[in-house]
Design a protein around this ligand. Structure first.
Ligand SMILES: NC(=O)c1ccc[n+]([C@@H]2O[C@H](COP(=O)([O-])OP(=O)(O)OC[C@H]3O[C@@H](n4cnc5c(N)ncnc54)[C@H](OP(=O)(O)O)[C@@H]3O)[C@@H](O)[C@H]2O)c1
Length: 234
């Protein structure tokens, strides 16, 4: 039996991509899965825009054992030309709504002495990506938040997930397709399976694919060298 069997799990951004795959993997392992996004329909699903606030969602979901904060939006283009409204939208969805959701469910987890929070960041949160300055900033903030939260909220598990390039509608939605030859996009189920395994084993941080931990660690140890490599290879 898996550690997620019997858990009551709330997954945001569950209509598509990584969130949909995660909800399916959790359900296959015997979790009770509550799905949310703006457009989602069906049983155990709740449609809401997280930028408008999390209260309606939290009331609908009730107590949850596992919160997967996955909903997110990208933006690609030079920061100097980024519309102010887009900055507000990215920070509102990718960061503020995640903090609000965790704030809402964490006291219940602490009172029950069990629970797990997953924050879906990005490789862009571990090392800044050109033309994705605000996106990188929101994802780096999630990683810092997760590190602090883990220290102060034991025994509640906190996992931060850094996906690389994943084959989802993310790029289409942000209005800029993924055009690089490498790394090749991988299927969202690979992230979903790694994410659920991280919950099962209470891992603090995972990279998907796992080799991405090397550039991230290199950036931590030798940032000047990584800046040179990024300028040369993008
Ligand atoms: N794909 C990648 O290469 C990649 C890489 C690194 C990190 N990530 C991260 O992984 C997470 C999932 O992305 P994905 O690739 O699975 O993208 P996706 O297929 O575009 O899914 C995004 C999900 O977020 C929901 N969503 C968007 N805006 C919302 C809002 N205002 N309120 C509530 N829900 C909203 C969308 O559903 P509705 O439109 O129905 O609301 C959808 O279910 C994101 O946080 C993303 O930053 C993705």
């Amino acid at each position: 039996m898996s550690a997620v069997t019997g858990m009551r799990a709330l997954v945001t951004g569950a209509s598509s991509g990584i969130g949909a795959a995660t909800a399916d993997v959790l359900a296959a392992k015997g979790a009770t899965v509550l799905r949310t996004s703006r457009t989602i329909t069906g049983p155990s699903s709740f449609a809401c825009d997280l930028v408008d606030g999390v209260e309606p969602l939290v009331s609908w979901a009730g107590d949850v054992d596992l919160l997967v904060c996955n909903a997110g939006l990208g933006y690609a283009g030079p920061f100097a030309a980024m519309p102010a409204a887009k900055i507000t939208e990215l920070v509102g969805l990718n960061l503020v709504s995640q903090l609000e959701l965790v704030r809402a469910v964490l006291p219940g987890m602490i009172a029950r002495d069990r629970g797990h929070v997953v924050l879906v960041s990005s490789i862009a949160g571990a090392m800044g990506v050109a033309d994705e300055a605000v996106y990188s900033a929101t994802k780096a903030a999630l990683k810092a938040f997760a590190d602090a939260l883990r220290l102060e909220s034991r025994p509640i598990g906190v996992t931060v997930v850094h996906p690389g390039v994943i084959d989802t509608p993310f790029f289409e939605r942000r209005g800029a397709p993924y055009t690089r030859r490498r790394p090749r996009p991988i299927p969202p189920v690979a992230v979903a399976e790694a994410l659920v395994a991280a919950v099962e084993h209470n891992r603090a941080e995972i990279f998907v694919p796992s080799w991405l931990r090397f550039p991230a660690r290199l950036n931590g140890a030798f940032p000047a060298m990584v800046r040179t490599l990024q300028r040369r290879f993008g």
